[in-house]
Design a binder for this molecule. Structure first.
Ligand SMILES: Nc1ncnc2c1ncn2[C@@H]1O[C@H](COP(=O)(O)OP(=O)(O)OP(=O)(O)O)[C@@H](O)[C@H]1O
Ligand code: SF4
Ligand SMILES: [Mg+2]
Length: 368
């Protein structure tokens, strides 16, 4: 049984009201999203800014209520929980944000920050909380003596470790990581990603990992869902998606992975036109205004997300007739820069990823 099962999730926000307060326009932030997640696994949600990644995260945590759809967590209908059960659920699902500094109270010591959730959920007798705080700090690679310090006395990477420790304090089953390394220096991104993976192995955590950086996603995800304007356009096991992206939007995103060598020429697939607004998404396929393969049918008929027998699903009318990603070979033969990028990003050596500061070979360096 999946830990999390999301079916047909919809959330529209009121973007504009009339003088009388009636809604006049809606942002279709999430518009029919379904996925499931197993314990101990990572699902990455990727897509451009505004495509609905954070809204999905907030819905899954029940920080906001959906307009339609269902969410099952550990076999229970999350939307039907009473106040007591919802409180218990809050222990089991936590979130880590992009900017750990903004999410840590500057007036509290690290010890107080980590004790707070223990007290809130009445998890341990007061006398044992200090010991638990020390354990949590060790778990995330920080010295227990640092509990007396304040957030501003730490580096960005250390602050993210503290945010992770705070999420772990309540022993959750699911952690939503919303761009957890985007604000960090490239040199410490891999340390934090390593830490998240180690903790996942050790504690059996499930992650929803929100990111617009596919090089990072490549290294952390078991499964990937690519979002565009409130909908999932492609989802597959991470290896399959990176080796053979099917949807034209995923292909364009993948082509934006940094090049392996700094001097190599970029050949990203440039998307034509502005990203349309979720306020007024295009008719038919929401990607049709930017798609290089658009035909008439795309403008009028919305494609369904259709899966093959391996669970690789894409929402595109023309997916069966599009050239394979390998067909980005240049006329003169050899690898095109775009294909070289893909090859590097999928290879064991992970050079492609290093260009964006991600290299997850080896152990986590100690953070002091
Ligand atoms: N409370 C809100 N009220 C109105 N509109 C909202 C609200 N929250 C989000 N939106 C809109 O919903 C859409 C999806 O927003 P969301 O924050 O989920 O995107 P995102 O994929 O997380 O983007 P980013 O990568 O920039 O964080 C955007 O158009 C956003 O402006
Ligand atoms: S349905 Fe049409 S417009 Fe949409 S991604 Fe496929 S080819 Fe492009
Ligand atoms: Mg977001």
């Amino acid at each position: 049984m999946a830990l999390l099962d999301v079916e047909g999730l919809v959330k529209h926000f009121v973007a504009e009201r009339s003088l009388l307060g009636r809604p006049r326009a809606h942002v279709k932030a999430v518009d029919g999203v379904s996925f499931s997640l197993q314990s101990g696994k990572t699902l990455a949600l990727v897509g451009e800014s505004g495509c609905g990644k954070s809204t999905v995260s907030r819905l899954v945590l029940r920080l906001i209520e959906p307009d339609a759809g269902s969410i099952r967590f550990d076999g229970r209908d999350l939307l039907a929980l009473d106040a007591g059960a919802l409180r218990a659920f809050r222990r089991q699902a936590q979130i880590i944000f992009q900017d750990p500094y903004a999410s840590l109270n500057p007036r509290m010591t690290v010890g107080q920050i980590l004790t707070e959730p223990l007290a809130l959920h009445d998890l341990l007798p007061a006398a044992q909380r200090r010991q638990r705080v020390e354990e949590l700090l060790r778990l995330v690679g920080l010295e227990p003596r640092l509990a007396r310090r304040y957030p501003h006395e730490f580096s960005g990477g250390q602050r993210q470790r503290i945010a992770i420790a705070r999420a772990l304090a309540v022993e959750p089953k699911l952690i939503i990581c919303d761009e957890p390394v985007s604000a960090l220096d490239v040199s410490i991104r891999s340390q934090i990603l390593n830490l998240l993976r180690e903790l996942q192995d050790r504690l059996g955590l499930a992650y929803i990992f929100v990111s617009h950086d596919l090089a990072v996603v490549k290294h952390i995800a078991d499964r990937v869902a690519v979002m565009n304007l409130g909908r999932i356009v492609e989802t597959a096991e991470a290896d399959a998606l990176f080796a053979s992206p099917r949807h034209p939007y995923s292909r364009a995103l993948l082509s934006a992975i940094p090049l392996p060598q700094p001097q190599a020429k970029r050949s990203t697939i440039l998307l034509q036109g502005e990203m349309p607004s979720a306020l007024n998404p295009p008719s038919g396929c929401r990607f049709h205004t930017r798609c290089p393969f658009v035909v008439d049918r795309c403008r009028g008929e919305e494609p369904m997300l259709v899966a093959d027998s391996t669970g690789h699903a894409a929402a595109c009318h023309r997916v069966a007739e599009l050239p394979p990603p390998g067909a980005i070979l240049p006329k003169g033969g050899g690898f095109s820069p775009a294909l070289a990028k893909l090859v590097a990003a999928f290879s064991q050596k992970t050079e492609g990823a290093e260009a964006s500061g991600v290299g997850i070979q080896g152990a986590t360096p100690p953070a002091t």
